[in-house]
Design a protein around this ligand. Structure first.
Ligand code: AVJ
Ligand code: FE
Length: 502
């Protein structure tokens, strides 16, 4: 994120010193504490003041009061931020663990700086705490690789700064009207507060990726997900998604970001989709079959990248006799056969699919599989319906530090029978990151618009380290096709034959 409207820095004046040190918020990295209400009332669209696309379900099922929902979401984000930074030594907070990532202490103060810009200055109309820091924490002025050289706040200062900003933004939240029907879209339904909770959670996910890249003993821990259910071994390999129009994107979800909007109709012919994400065992067959040495499976750019980067397995994997081990959050373990594959780039996903005689699903296919309800013809918020995700439906929120085995979460299945579309691993799609028809940048071009185009591929569905507040059936993530540090896997698809699923 960057400055509101890129030009405005509010009424910048002398920097106020950061106030008191970090509060003692709960340190549970889980989002399980996010309040979950009952099913969304039928009139949520009216209640949130968003005009309903006829083709989609409306609203969310968090607290009805937008300010209460915003407060809970911001608090959950901060607990997680602290859980990712408190156990790390000052030296390691300042270190750059990978050229791809910022020092953790940069993320921490960037979270605070963006909150100052948007909640204190923009939403609150207040002078702000440290406008002098804007240039240090503007992601566009400072590429990640250069960040270690910046005059950054130290760990103690960064914690105090983020806490001081938070105190003031909570004060703003208590003072402003966030009713869904007020005309200012930034404040209506507490949108900008929801946006900043999502921003913090996105950086928490980035920080989790930094933890995974970091060398040295493990500092994070979480229980393993439950074993796969009994029927996991007997699931059909693929499911049929019927052809016809469906509603893609959203005009009703109050905290959906600009690139998810507006709802629009897309015609998607019938197709077959893998029931579950591609597993490590299946991916190992591709490696064993010489997949990384055969240009037939790769696009020309992908093949060049395999050669240049010397790829021969997913990131973090090492050969161990006939098998493979991987480094996972500081521990080396045998690659778990039945987990969805992680840390592959788009080129690897695309090559695997071609080797398997298949292809990656398009973004529209993925969203249709995840949201379309053939019985009602409407698009749901999630594969299972409109209720927010709980632990039964999806592996989200860093409750676990790994994906659940393939076939998990039958309660989260889509109408087609596809499982694990939400949570576990991000899924690469075939599609470039492009705007939907009718897209308008809101509230600033640097969230989405500057990234549109063929350089970026879209990922869908979220991963085990993604917060439910940033994970919807409509949520769009994107990255370069060479990137492997994100928690990404994939599933494959193929066209249906004429007459199938018509
Ligand atoms: C949506 C994950 C691609 O991390 O670059 C964070 C999110 N935008 N701060 C990113 C984001 C501004 C963004 N992604
Ligand atoms: Fe950011």
């Amino acid at each position: 994120m960057t400055n509101p409207r890129t030009t405005s820095t509010g009424t910048a004046r002398d920097a106020a010193p950061p106030a008191s040190p970090a509060s003692s918020a709960p340190r549970d990295p889980s989002d399980a504490s996010l309040p979950r209400g009952g099913p969304a009332p039928a009139d949520t669209a009216a209640a949130t003041g968003t005009s309903g696309g006829a083709g989609e379900s409306a609203g969310h099922d968090g607290p009805a009061d937008p300010a209460a929902r915003a407060r809970a979401a911001l608090e959950a984000a901060r607990s997680r931020t602290l859980a990712l930074t408190d156990p790390v030594s000052d030296e390691e907070l300042i270190a750059q663990h990978s050229r791809l990532m910022s020092p953790l202490v940069w993320d921490l103060a960037h979270i605070g700086n963006q909150e100052e810009l948007w909640l204190v200055r923009e939403a609150g109309g207040r002078p702000g705490l440290r406008p002098d820091l804007d240039h240090v924490y503007d992601a566009f002025q400072t590429p990640r690789a250069d960040r270690p050289g910046l005059p950054m706040l130290g760990p103690g200062e960064a914690r105090a700064y983020a806490a001081a900003v938070r105190a003031e933004s909570m004060d703003v939240l208590a003072a402003v009207d966030t009713s869904p029907d007020r005309p200012e879209p930034l404040l209506a339904g507490a949108f900008v507060f929801g946006m900043l909770a999502q921003h913090e959670q996105q950086h928490d996910e980035t920080m989790l990726a930094t933890h995974q890249l970091r060398r040295g003993p493990a500092v994070l821990d979480a229980p393993a997900p439950p074993p796969a259910p009994a029927d996991a071994a007997s699931l059909p390999r693929e499911v049929l998604v019927p052809g016809g129009p469906f509603t893609m994107g959203t005009s009703t979800e109050p905290w959906a970001l600009d690139n998810e909007r507006p709802a629009h109709t897309v015609e998607v012919p019938a197709f077959w989709l893998d029931t579950v994400p591609v597993t490590n065992a299946a991916y190992q067959e591709f490696i064993a079959a010489g997949g990384y040495r055969d240009p037939r499976w790769w696009t020309p750019e992908g093949w060049r990248h395999v050669k240049d980067a010397g790829l021969e397995a997913p990131l973090f994997w090492s050969r161990d006799g006939d098998g493979w081990t991987r480094r996972h959050f500081g521990l080396v373990e045998p690659v778990p056969a039945d987990e969805p594959v992680l840390h592959v780039c788009w080129y690897e996903a695309d090559a695997y699919a071609r080797w398997a005689g298949r292809r990656l699903p398009t973004e529209a296919e993925w969203e249709k599989a995840a949201r379309h309800d053939p019985a009602s013809g409407r698009s749901r918020r999630y594969p299972w319906g409109d209720a927010d995700p709980g632990p039964e439906q999806a592996n989200l929120g860093q409750r676990h530090l790994r994906p659940a085995p393939a076939g998990s979460h039958p309660a989260g299945a889509a109408p087609s029978g596809a499982r694990q579309l939400i949570g576990d691993v991000w899924e690469w799609t075939a599609s470039d990151f492009d705007p939907y028809p009718g897209f308008t940048a809101f509230p600033y071009k640097e969230y989405s618009e500057v990234f549109f185009g063929p350089e970026y591929k879209v990922l869908r569905g979220g991963a085990f380290g993604v917060s439910p507040v940033v994970c919807r059936g409509t949520f769009r993530n994107w990255d370069y096709p060479i990137r492997r540090q994100i928690f990404a896997g994939f599933r494959t698809a193929r066209d249906a034959a004429p007459g199938e699923g018509a």
